[in-house]
Design a protein around this ligand. Structure first.
Ligand code: 3PG
Length: 412
């Protein structure tokens, strides 16, 4: 795959796809974390300093904290501050206004387009499970409108490298392409640390990005990459449902509302094959009139929504992490943003900081938790990708890597 070293970009129009998908504070209308934005600054700075006319494409979405279809305007402000340079923003993705703004860029100037998921072909088709081949992705509106204005496509969005979508895999079909500096680093570091992970290798999976967790659990357990999976958060709750535990009406309604009921069958299948390798919570927490209460599985259901794992489960998870040689973590154990519901996540993270195992933490929420608990210098490797990290660990070629290989063959 080409890198930035393979191109002379001065005066050229470069389309740069980044992953600056961050949790959003819906009440304050601000970003809760900016780690992913910081992580792509080196590529942006390098391209702009070398005199590229830089057009940045990014998405924002798609689960709970991530506020799908939210504008990327606040991201442009954060980028301007980090780069100490104006990053223009336009509330259009590939319409005439965006194209005019691109055409009027001068060398070194930077323009961030609005959320690429505002273009239906990007996310809606994907959510409907209508998968386009990479060749067909090149025929979408986004690629047809923007590619003719550009000389080069650069992908720095390692965190979205598992997504098969036009802004990620379509441009490589028609433009010379390269990976950015962050992509290059994540790819090479992960390739080397996953060659021979120390055993036992433990996967801590939680959070609310359910589809990634379920697709990949089968693979990492089936291929023996994970010796043990610790399942917390919604992942754990769905597993418990699959095991026949009644987790209560509110938690069940939430799972139904998010369209996650379909994973109960997947969870049953996983449990039938790998029950001894999947560690589920043995107690859970909920709030009753604002007071934290905990319940053992045998005392379920509770009326209130489950918001964290309980003390006994936390201790068990900690013990397993402390005895591991490698730990990959993607997703918190509960609503760690609030003090009253952070116990499980805080203490699991505390164990990640203490264990002698090689620790890799990935994904937006997990990075936010790592920053919250001041553990960034205690974790061996922090990966911007969550779903991408786990998918990478399955050994499959990521869709974006495949596309970049194709784009590396296209000559200028
Ligand atoms: C992530 O947060 O894992 C990436 O930004 C991909 O986002 P998505 O899960 O909304 O596709």
């Amino acid at each position: 795959i080409n890198t930035l070293d393979d191109f002379e970009v001065s005066g050229k129009t470069v389309l740069l796809r980044v992953d600056i998908n961050q949790p959003v504070d819906k009440e304050k209308n601000t970003l809760k974390d900016i780690t992913r934005i910081k992580a792509c600054v080196p590529t942006i700075r390098e391209l702009s300093d070398k005199g590229a006319k830089l057009v940045i494409l990014a998405h924002q979405g798609s689960d709970i904290e991530y506020e799908n279809f939210y504008t990327t305007e606040p991201h442009s402000k954060v980028l301007s501050e980090l780069l100490n340079k104006d990053v223009k923003f336009i509330d259009d993705v590939c319409g005439p206004t965006a194209r005019m703004a691109i055409e009027s860029l001068n060398a070194g100037e930077i323009l961030l387009l609005d959320n690429v998921r505002f273009v239906a072909e990007e996310q809606t088709l994907f959510e409907m499970n209508l998968k386009l081949s990479h060749e067909d992705q090149a025929k979408t509106l986004l690629v047809r409108k923007l590619a003719p204005l550009a000389d080069l496509y650069v992908c720095d969005a390692f965190a979205a490298a598992h997504r098969d979508q036009p802004s990620l895999c379509g441009f490589e079909q028609v433009l010379p392409s390269a990976m950015g500096r962050l992509f290059e680093e994540e790819y090479s570091v992960l390739s080397s640390i996953t060659k021979n992970p120390g055993r036992p290798s433990v996967f801590v999976l939680g959070g609310a990005k359910i589809s990634d967790a379920f697709i990949m659990m089968n693979s990492v357990l089936g291929k023996g990459i994970a010796d043990t999976v610790l399942a917390g958060g919604l992942v754990g709750n769905i597993m418990l449902l699959a095991k026949g535990f009644d987790i209560g009406e509110k938690s069940k309604a939430f799972i139904k509302k998010r369209g996650f009921e379909k994973y109960i069958e997947d969870a049953k299948d996983l449990l039938s094959k790998y029950e001894d390798k999947i560690e589920l919570p043995s107690d859970l927490a909920y709030l009753e009139a604002g007071v934290r209460k905990e319940v053992k599985l045998s005392d379920l259901p509770v009326d209130e929504m489950l918001v964290d794992i309980g003390h006994t489960s936390t201790e068990k998870f900690q013990e397993i992490i402390l005895g591991a040689k490698t730990v990959f973590t993607n997703g918190p154990m509960g609503i760690f943003e609030e003090e009253i519901t952070e116990y499980g996540t805080k203490n699991v993270w505390d164990a990640l900081g203490k264990t002698t195992a090689y620790t890799v933490v990935g994904g937006g929420d997990s990075i936010t938790a790592t920053n919250k608990y001041n553990l960034s210098d205690k974790i061996n490797y922090i990966c911007t990708g969550g779903g991408a990290l786990i998918r990478f660990l399955t050994g499959e070629t990521l869709p974006v890597v495949k596309a970049l290989m194709h784009g590396s063959e296209i000559k200028e």
